[in-house]
Design a protein around this ligand. Structure first.
Ligand SMILES: Nc1ncnc2c1ncn2[C@@H]1O[C@H](COP(=O)(O)OP(=O)(O)OP(=O)(O)O)[C@@H](O)[C@H]1O
Ligand SMILES: [Mg+2]
Length: 371
């Protein structure tokens, strides 16, 4: 999978930039706050996922010196997958448009599974160090790219959860609503079961790659493990069976849920446990071990994409090289040999030492040189 050309208009601090990246390593460099991450973010949006910075769409449209936003931001990209070249456009404005090969859609989810990428940025350390929400985001995002239907399930699940929570608050005062709650419980259980089976399957898929890559990064010093954490007891990963088991668990927590006005169990509360030699890396890992674990997880994500789709995702590395020691930098650069990569940094010299590729210098949201 390769990006052939990109044009950015009115996106963040970028008024207009056009680039033609090379097929291997593309280095985007410049001083702080010049627009390097913005450029990477513009490309990332073509994966169909939301901004990796968690920004709202409105914030992506360029504003002028008095903070008045322009009417729209427009991103145009051509990319080649394993078969042919595609043209993708994304227009952010009052009315969003995502255009793929000339066909217009109103949601960028049309890009899921079409343009594939992985992003590794400094904040991804929170994948290992942070709370469960970060890991749920990771697995949700990974599955949305891999299985576009998962994104619909996730959207529906969130709507059902919201409805159930609203009902839980009302049912305390209106006992006649209890039958309606039964209906929402059934819906919630069935969507929860689909999400959980997909997530469990994903962890099975990522695990061998994770073990292999972590072992490579840490020179085989420790063994990494990954597992799904849920308070729901389940005997198999068959969706129908799991639905019944979740329904049972929802019944048990109903009283507590009614008291709190929220649903205490389900995929919105589950977590992923990452451990080294049996100890949770979140609580016991050193800085270096946590960094290696996060990095391994990201590289394994790419390996799973390659295995399932046959397409090699584009790698986006935002400002992470400077945080890694020499041997880990070398590991990444060797590992991603043959992939198209976009790396942002303030000082390109260490990366350039070992690699050839294109270098783009960004200053004040403008491309000031490319070699
Ligand atoms: N909607 C917007 N309109 C105009 N400018 C924006 C908008 N959103 C963000 N910016 C500006 O973009 C600038 C550059 O951001 P970016 O994160 O790309 O910097 P960077 O080059 O990656 O810097 P660093 O090396 O510090 O990571 C910021 O100073 C920010 O104020
Ligand atoms: Mg940056």
């Amino acid at each position: 999978m390769k990006v052939n050309s990109l044009e950015i208009q009115n996106f963040r601090n970028i008024e207009n930039i056009k680039i033609e990246p090379c097929d291997s390593v593309n280095i985007i460099y410049g001083e702080n706050a010049q627009g390097k991450t913005n450029l990477l973010e513009s490309l990332w949006l073509f994966t169909g996922c939301r901004s990796f910075r968690g920004s709202k769409e409105k914030e992506l449209i360029r504003f002028d010196n008095s903070f008045a936003p322009f009417d729209f931001a427009k991103l145009s990209m051509t990319f080649t997958d394993e078969k042919r070249e595609h043209e993708a456009k994304l227009i952010l404005s009052e009315k969003k448009k995502a255009i793929l090969d000339g066909i217009e859609h109103n949601s960028s989810s049309v890009f899921f599974g079409e343009f594939l990428g992985i992003i590794f940025a400094p904040q991804h350390l929170s994948l290992v160090k942070g709370g469960p929400i970060e890991r749920r985001k990771f697995i949700n995002m990974a599955l949305c790219q891999l299985r576009p239907k998962y994104s619909n399930v996730l959207t529906d699940f969130n709507k059902i959860l919201e409805q159930r929570n609203a009902l839980l608050k009302d049912v305390t005062y209106h006992s006649e609503l209890i039958d309606t709650l039964e209906i929402w419980d059934e819906r919630l259980a069935s969507y929860s079961a689909i999400m959980m089976t997909q997530r469990l399957k994903y962890l099975d898929e990522i695990k061998p790659f994770l073990c292999d890559i972590y072992s490579g990064i840490s020179s085989g010093k420790e063994e990494i493990d990954i597992s799904y954490e849920t308070p729901i007891h389940f005997s198999s990963t068959d969706v129908d069976n799991l639905t019944l088991e979740i329904l049972e668990a929802l019944k048990k927590t109903r009283r507590e849920d009614m008291q709190n006005g929220s649903t205490s169990i389900g995929p919105h509360r589950d977590d992923i446990l990452i451990s080294l030699d049996g100890l949770p890396v979140k609580n016991f890992g050193s800085q270096g071990q946590q960094r290696s674990a996060a990095l391994s997880l990201k590289l394994s994500e790419a390996a799973v994409i390659k295995k399932i789709t046959g397409k090699q995702p584009v790698a986006f590395l935002d400002d992470v090289m400077s945080e890694l020691d020499g041997s880990r930098q070398d590991y990444i650069l060797n590992h991603i040999e043959g992939w198209q990569v976009f790396i942002t940094c303030c000082d390109p010299s260490s990366i350039l030492k070992s690699k050839t590729g294109k270098v783009f210098e960004i200053e004040g949201g403008k491309l000031c040189s490319s070699t």
